[in-house]
Write a protein that binds this ligand. Structure first.
Ligand code: HEC
Ligand code: HEC
Ligand code: HEC
Ligand code: HEC
Ligand code: HEC
Ligand code: HEC
Length: 432
């Protein structure tokens, strides 16, 4: 073996080990610091006197998964700010029951709940899929965040900072964890290999110590030559690998963002406002979304539909000129799609809007109040199924259904025929 080469390799190995050591300890740090942060709320909980029976730390997770899209503690989002909400209800049981069955409570004549509904003009979804203990925990979390802002504030601040950078991490923690795992494993394997090689090389060198001339010894004991490190193919390989992993994750996140995501509200090419058109000017949803009564897709209106009005209204506005440009170039406006079920699921608008008589808002929320449309419902299978379990089929005036209701009544002795009773839970109805 060429001695010069070997000694260079030893130097390279040392420098690589050194830099790997650095990055590995970097990982270690990131790890412990994130642990420290996630442990912090738990610690502060233990210090704070537990409110009621619930566990606020557990409640925090439930809140983030089920309530955060519509609620914050200190500010109104889609629903009211929840600070001190527990003081606005006569008892914890009443509050828990409202969270579980808001619509029943509102329609059941609870004046306070009715007042809330009048103000927010929509029903909060049922949370009957949560265990009573979960709801207790969530309430405990609301109580803690309301009553303990000082103790909670710095933690909440730290949390928010982490959440800010880690909401995407939270969403994709399932992906990030294995990626870091693979990275660490690769590093460990590389380090072990290097140690083996170094041992070998130093043995060879040790045997040949006498044969080395001054120059070689100088090189062995000499300083780390970074250019050798940076130019080495293995180093470049490791850097390229890490780079590819990071890019890969970013791309994956972007692609995932097109899928089902509650609260998704992308920027649109034209600043079209539903609040203005459907809210203030009360233009019927069907005027633009002409497919809702006819078929599967609700359809997005063509630019020509806009021109029915905008050939005279606000023609000087730069936003309206974009519509003209699209029509002149005969190119469709590239609206960014918001709602998107995976291909494996089949959903039909006419079935729900025309046959089922369900209002758009039940699934899409108060679109007429949205400046920018956002995905209101989770669009998960559980969401579809829940509604099919609860909703009574509108059978009035439909001879086919009248007959079925009759059969249903004689068979089960109840007057209410739910969607599940007409096959709304059969896999094949929703899956191709
Ligand atoms: C899709 C939006 C949405 C989600 C998700 C949601 N809420 Fe609500 N919430 C509302 C709206 C809207 C109201 C106002 C009452 C109404 O109109 O139904 C409300 C009211 C409330 C109230 C009464 C507030 C008061 O001032 O008295 C509580 C408590 C509450 N929600 C708790 C929760 C909890 C806990 C969760 C999660 C388990 C949750 N909400 C999830 C929309 C939502
Ligand atoms: C004047 C025409 C017009 C009217 C009226 C209108 N919309 Fe829209 N709607 C659009 C356009 C254009 C888009 C695509 C751009 C956007 O997302 O804002 C859209 C998008 C949407 C989306 C999101 C589609 C997606 O990408 O997933 C929903 C949901 C929706 N509208 C519901 C409604 C409802 C409910 C009403 C009635 C309350 C309504 N719209 C009234 C023109 C209209
Ligand atoms: C039924 C009539 C009607 C239709 C159809 C209609 N609009 Fe409008 N639009 C209006 C009215 C009315 C205004 C408010 C004008 C004003 O503020 O003076 C408006 C305002 C706007 C504005 C704000 C312009 C500005 O600079 O203030 C935009 C952008 C817009 N519309 C886009 C669209 C798009 C895109 C479509 C087609 C999807 C559409 N509109 C369809 C009636 C309509
Ligand atoms: C039972 C729930 C439900 C009701 C009611 C409902 N939608 Fe939808 N809507 C959905 C779902 C689910 C999607 C996603 C469909 C997909 O990706 O295939 C969607 C998608 C859309 C889209 C995006 C384009 C498309 O067709 O995929 C528009 C626009 C829309 N809805 C408008 C409306 C309007 C307007 C109404 C009322 C007339 C309405 N929706 C009623 C559940 C509903
Ligand atoms: C707001 C309540 C609600 C939601 C949410 C909802 N549905 Fe439905 N669905 C209904 C009702 C009501 C009917 C019955 C309509 C009728 O009278 O035939 C129905 C019927 C159906 C049918 C026909 C069933 C049959 O036996 O003929 C299919 C398929 C379906 N829904 C799919 C879906 C899918 C997929 C989703 C979720 C993406 C969904 N639904 C979400 C209320 C809902
Ligand atoms: C009322 C409509 C509906 C019915 C009934 C239904 N599904 Fe689904 N299913 C969906 C929708 C919508 C999705 C996509 C949204 C999601 O992934 O949650 C889905 C997703 C799935 C997925 C993919 C899950 C994932 O995480 O990607 C599987 C597997 C599945 N369904 C199996 C079934 C089986 C088995 C049945 C019968 C027992 C069934 N479904 C009945 C609507 C339905």
């Amino acid at each position: 073996m060429n001695q010069r080469l070997t000694s260079q390799f030893v130097r390279f190995s040392f420098s690589l080990l050194f830099s790997l050591g650095l990055s590995a300890s970097g990982f270690g740090q990131a790890d412990t610091s994130s642990k420290a942060v996630s442990a912090a709320p738990a610690a502060s909980t233990a210090a704070a006197p537990a409110a009621g029976s619930g566990d606020p730390a557990a409640g925090e997770g439930i809140f983030k998964a089920n309530c955060k899209s519509c609620h914050a503690i200190g500010e109104q989002v889609i629903g009211p700010a929840l600070k001190d909400a527990h003081k606005r209800w006569p008892s914890k049981a009443a509050m828990a029951n409202f969270i579980k069955y808001p619509q029943k409570t509102i329609d059941g004549g609870n004046a306070y709940a009715k007042g809330l509904y009048d103000k927010y003009k929509q029903y909060m979804p049922n949370h009957d899929f949560l265990q009573p203990a979960d709801i207790d925990n969530v309430i405990a979390y609301i109580v803690r965040e309301s009553e303990n802002p000082t103790a909670a504030a710095p933690v909440a601040g730290a949390n928010a900072a982490v959440a800010g950078s880690s909401t995407s991490e939270d969403d994709s923690s399932g992906l990030l964890a294995p990626v870091i795992g693979i990275l660490l494993m690769t590093l460990v394997v590389v380090i072990i290999l290097l140690v083996v090689v170094i041992n070998l090389v130093s043995k060879i060198l040790g045997n040949k110590q006498e044969e080395l001339n001054e120059d070689d010894l100088d090189q062995i004991e000499g300083k780390i030559d970074w250019s050798v490190l940076f130019n080495h193919p293995l180093f470049k390989g490791v850097v390229a690998f890490v780079f590819v992993v990071i890019i890969g994750k970013t791309v994956f996140d972007q692609v995932y963002a097109v899928g089902i995501q509650q609260g998704y509200a992308p920027d649109q090419p034209i600043a079209f406002s539903h609040k203005l058109h459907a809210g203030m000017y009360e233009i019927d949803c069907n005027y633009c979304h002409t497919g809702v009564n006819r078929g599967k897709s609700a359809t997005i209106p063509a630019a020509n539909t806009c021109l029915n009005c905008h050939n005279v209204i606000k023609t000087e506005s730069p936003e309206i000129k974009k519509i003209w440009r699209a029509v002149e170039k005969n190119q469709p406006i590239k609206w960014v799609r918001i709602h998107n079920l995976p291909d494996l699921a089949y959903f039909n608008h006419a079935q729900h809007v025309k046959v089922g008589g369900i209002e758009c808002q039940k699934c899409h929320g108060p679109v007429q109040e949205m400046e920018v449309v956002q995905q209101f419902s989770p669009l998960t299978m559980g969401w579809c199924i829940n509604c099919h379990r609860e909703t009574v089929v509108k059978s009035g005036g439909n001879a086919y259904y009248d007959k079925m209701v009759e059969i249903h009544q004689t068979k089960y002795g109840t007057g209410k025929m739910k969607v599940e009773d007409i096959g709304g839970l059969e896999c094949s109805k929703c899956h191709y």
